[in-house]
Design a binder for this molecule. Sequence first.
Ligand SMILES: NC(=O)C1=CN([C@@H]2O[C@H](COP(=O)(O)OP(=O)(O)OC[C@H]3O[C@@H](n4cnc5c(N)ncnc54)[C@H](OP(=O)(O)O)[C@@H]3O)[C@@H](O)[C@H]2O)C=CC1
Ligand SMILES: O=C1O[C@H](COP(=O)(O)O)[C@@H](O)[C@H](O)[C@H]1O
Length: 660
Amino acid sequence: MQITKLRKEENILSEIPKGLTNTPSMQSKSLSSSFKPTKPPLSLSHSHSQSPMAAIAASNAVVSKSTRLSSNYSFRPSSAPRNFHPWTSISLANSKISSGSGCVRAQVTPLEQTSAAAPAQSVEAPAVNVFGTSRGAVSTTVSPVENKTPLSKLKETAGFDGSGNESTVSITVVGASGDLAKKKIFPALFALFYEGFLPKHFTVYGYARSKMTDAELRIMVSKTLTCRIDQRENCGEKMEQFLGRCFYHSGQYDSEKNFAELDKKLKEHEVGRVSNRLFYLSIPPNIFIDAVKCASLSASSGNGWTRVIVEKPFGRDSESSAALTKALKQYLEEDQIFRIDHYLGKELVENLSVLRFSNLIFEPLWSRQYIRNVQLIFSEDFGTEGRGGYFDNYGIIRDIMQNHLLQILALFAMETPVSLDAEDIRNEKVKVLRSMRPVKLDDVVVGQYKSHTRGGINYPSYTDDETVPKGSLTPTFAAAALFIDNARWDGFLIDNSYFLLIFNFLFIFSRAEIRVQFRHVPGNLYNRNFGTDLDRATNELVIRVQPDEAIYLKINNKVPGLGMKLDRSNLNLHYAARYSKEIPDAYERLLLDAIEGERRLFIRSDELDAAWSLFTPFLKELEEKKIIPEYYPYGSRGPVGAHYLAARYKVRWGDVGHEQ
Ligand SMILES: NC(=O)C1=CN([C@@H]2O[C@H](COP(=O)(O)OP(=O)(O)OC[C@H]3O[C@@H](n4cnc5c(N)ncnc54)[C@H](OP(=O)(O)O)[C@@H]3O)[C@@H](O)[C@H]2O)C=CC1
Ligand SMILES: O=C1O[C@H](COP(=O)(O)O)[C@@H](O)[C@H](O)[C@H]1O
């Protein structure tokens, strides 16, 4: 059979679209609250007779209480690309705002109605005053600075084709009946819609084998729209509009005929406009290729771009990953493939580069000369919970370390890229991955949680989970020391700098942190104030990715008073206190990037190869030798071996408790 590739995106346009030369139309925007939604998920009866829209609207009545707020607020209009910024400053001084239970409501008067609006195409962003509304009000001024975006990109994402006609985006969630689609993808799409980030003409299609009508899909989607938005102003109305754009097509993943039917339905919505199509493969990996093949042959766009978001796992090792890439490339060009690692979409991971490259104080210290070790720490406070079938086949090293943690490491350790262009950044990430020593069995501790009784309660072991095979040796914990043999990070003077990755499944709490421990101050005049434990004086930069995002620096400080007592204090940037704007879910950022054709936060195939090369020999050895994991009690800090590993490299694990 002739293999056709999906159409490559067309992003060459000759003129600035008219829509971008005007001040964008204003929408009523609600201010975000920094506290978590408290409203329970929407629940709709599964009934054809009841309109989901009406039910949603009814369920969105919120008791209001008055809260005054004054602020300027910037947002990106629905038709504008993210990297371009007709930043429109909206004065909230005239806003009427009321807050309900955990809900801040704002009626926003656009700035153009109150004072001079910023020119629509200005590349200089105006200063924005942000007034914190809860948890420690902060009044300050920040100036959002965005990078210039190539003109072609602007036009591509603004929803116009080359002839000035408006284009459409059709987003098909393949595997729409599944866990990820319900939990993350539909809520993220709705949040984007609510915030005005989806293009004017868009359609969302659910595709899966399950039989469902459009109405049933809408009920399913509305039941799971429990995202950060559901406490906000006009949420019900917006949801109604969003659900009106959601449709469903039932089909097999390996049926070109079923995808051709989908194509026909998509065309009905695209009504002759330039059609851009995004497929999100939210299905088990064994059917990725079938689905890509059928989407490619039967449902790719005829006149716009076609992109495919591929979920992890991208194989189990170097060979299977290479085979997957090869198979995908039979149907797709590399720049149509968006391999998602949702950790790259997390706010503080994205901020890593800003922190490093736009603050003079950090970059000069960012090497083995000043940094002793870097710890990437990740833990979850829940077990496999029905995902044992998937998890047992992959284990914690493939599920978290080889991708999420390694990606963070690469961003952390890379050299300064030539620019913020996706290829420049990904080039640097590949270089750092290729400079790393392959992981050695000796440098890894693996563990598995065992049953444990505490306070009269019996907690199960990993293998007590019915979806896990009895006698499984799959690690639920891993700690590894990794080394980068390049000029910045190679062993130097006293000892090596290294990266320790630790993942602990079923820890006492869930968290993800980057902890950077600096070297001791040479000849520290105050050494005697720290007693024999100089580690107590180590400066430590902590980037708390989640929960309760924060960046803090541990410094030595004099305790006020007449004596000379030192303690360690934190210079603390606590996001909830500093920023009133809530943090979007990683999937929102990544979906928007895929729609905009921004590949920076997606993984390129050579990055993936490099990542697998580091872990594959070790994983094979682990499995061939049937290494027995160290057992550790459910809910504990993990096996004692991790502490021996740390001690071998003279590392003190960062604090494991919550700290400010
Ligand atoms: N769930 C999560 O939190 C995360 C998931 N992922 C990845 O995202 C993808 C989707 O995950 P998730 O939603 O949990 O997966 P699900 O197991 O829920 O599968 C999604 C859908 O695929 C169809 N499906 C399931 N098994 C098969 C099969 N054997 N053959 C054909 N179709 C099947 C089902 O739809 P139907 O029967 O209607 O066709 C199902 O609703 C996976 O690649 C996963 O690894 C990544 C990170 C986190
Ligand atoms: O990819 C995965 O990530 C989640 C953790 O993601 P988070 O955003 O909730 O921290 C993990 O639970 C899952 O096992 C894994 O496949």
